[in-house]
Ligand binder design. Structure first.
Ligand SMILES: Cc1cc2nc3c(=O)[nH]c(=O)nc-3n(C[C@H](O)[C@H](O)[C@H](O)COP(=O)(O)O)c2cc1C
Length: 343
């Protein structure tokens, strides 16, 4: 009788690394570009930015590309911790290789704590929302827990409590959206990452990921023009009104995720803070809608920083709330397309 194969520690590590990368790829990324590559060698996982997937027009410095990779790094760490490891992370380990964003040593073993287990359980459920929100207010305790997640990862949330601040951020988003729609280079970049229905691609923002029409909120934060006048998108049910008392759909809690500096290390931290915030929000039944248009226009980003961020740097503009429509869906490339097992 053949002896059953006993998994060696090295095989177990390789399997755990692969499972953690499975978690990592479910991070959000700008236009679902999935701008990451992972390499596994022994007990080390490396995360690299895939610069071919950077948005050359909207994101020439790679800020949003690196934020996206930071979100994936958070999931990678969380996945390893959920498997009982204690990952040790070195950000940007080699100044001569700026695309090498992090080296992660899988680390010693120990049981996963409750916080890890709860957040990890949310990884498959987190989805970006594009539209209005229901009237449920966010309980103060939830907002406070979400803020703490951001801070634990080196980020900070600034909430637009004042209606004039929320109004100004909405107006700046609107201005940026107009600028981007009338600038052919921006518009064709969005088109490149918003394939038509029926595509076989496993990246980009596909028509099942956005509604055909969105409820106008007050103030109104316009979404991206993924459908480009083609009528694409999911039909929302007629009763999907995120109404408040007077019938006007709600924008939700408007927050800026900010960082102390504006270097690639800060962007990586902001991405990790983003993902921690999103998973904690998901745990409590809240989703996020993103409006990064104004932060992609350098003059508008500088304006937002000066007026609303003190000394900090704005990295993301989000609305948080309970979605007013069914879950939107998203796609990912298979793990084998982004993972190299190095010998
Ligand atoms: C840095 C960053 C910027 C983003 N900006 C926008 C945006 O302006 N508008 C939008 O609808 N979604 C935005 N998103 C969300 C992505 O489109 C979304 O994560 C991606 O399509 C994958 O879908 P999922 O988050 O539902 O898994 C952004 C995500 C990241 C990480």
């Amino acid at each position: 009788m053949p002896t059953p194969h006993k998994t060696s520690p090295a095989e177990q590590r390789a399997e755990d690394a692969r499972r953690a990368v499975e978690d990592a790829i479910w991070a959000p990324s700008v236009h679902n570009t999935q701008p990451w590559r992972f390499g596994v060698r022994g007990s080390r996982i490396s995360l690299r930015a895939d610069a071919d997937r950077r948005l050359d027009v909207a994101d020439p410095d790679g800020r949003e590309m690196i934020i996206s990779c930071g979100a994936a790094l958070y999931n990678l760490r969380l996945g390893l911790r959920a498997l009982g490891h204690e990952p040790e992370v070195t950000l940007l380990p080699d100044p001569d290789r700026p695309h090498l964003l992090a080296d992660v040593e899988i680390g010693r073993s120990g049981p996963a704590d409750e916080h890890t287990r709860r957040l990890h359980a949310q990884v498959p459920h987190r989805r970006s929302h594009r539209g209005a929100f229901h009237a449920e207010p966010m309980p103060a305790a939830v907002l406070s827990a979400i803020r703490q997640e951001a801070e634990r990862e080196g980020g900070r949330l600034i909430q637009a409590v004042d209606a004039h601040v929320a109004g100004a951020l909405a107006a700046l988003t609107d201005a940026a959206e107009h600028i981007q729609r009338r600038t052919p280079a921006y518009a064709s970049e969005v088109a490149r990452w918003a394939p038509s229905p029926g595509t076989r691609r496993k990246d980009g923002v596909q028509h099942a990921a956005y509604p055909k029409q969105t409820n106008r909120t007050e103030p109104h934060f316009p979404g991206r023009d993924f459908a480009r006048g083609q009528g694409w998108g999911i039909q929302s049910p007629p009763d999907a009104e995120g109404a408040r008392e007077d019938g006007m759909p709600l924008p939700g809690v408007v927050v800026l995720l900010v960082s102390a500096g504006d270097t690639p290390a800060d962007w990586l931290r902001a991405g990790q803070a983003l993902q921690a915030v999103l998973l904690r929000a998901t745990e409590h039944g809240f989703s996020a809608a993103y409006h990064t248009q104004a932060l992609q226009v350098p003059e508008l980003r500088a304006f937002i920083r000066t007026h609303f961020c003190g000394d900090a740097y704005p990295q993301l503009l989000l609305r948080l709330g309970v979605p007013d429509m069914q879950e939107l869906t998203s796609v990912r490339r298979p793990v084998q397309d982004v993972l190299t097992e190095e010998t």
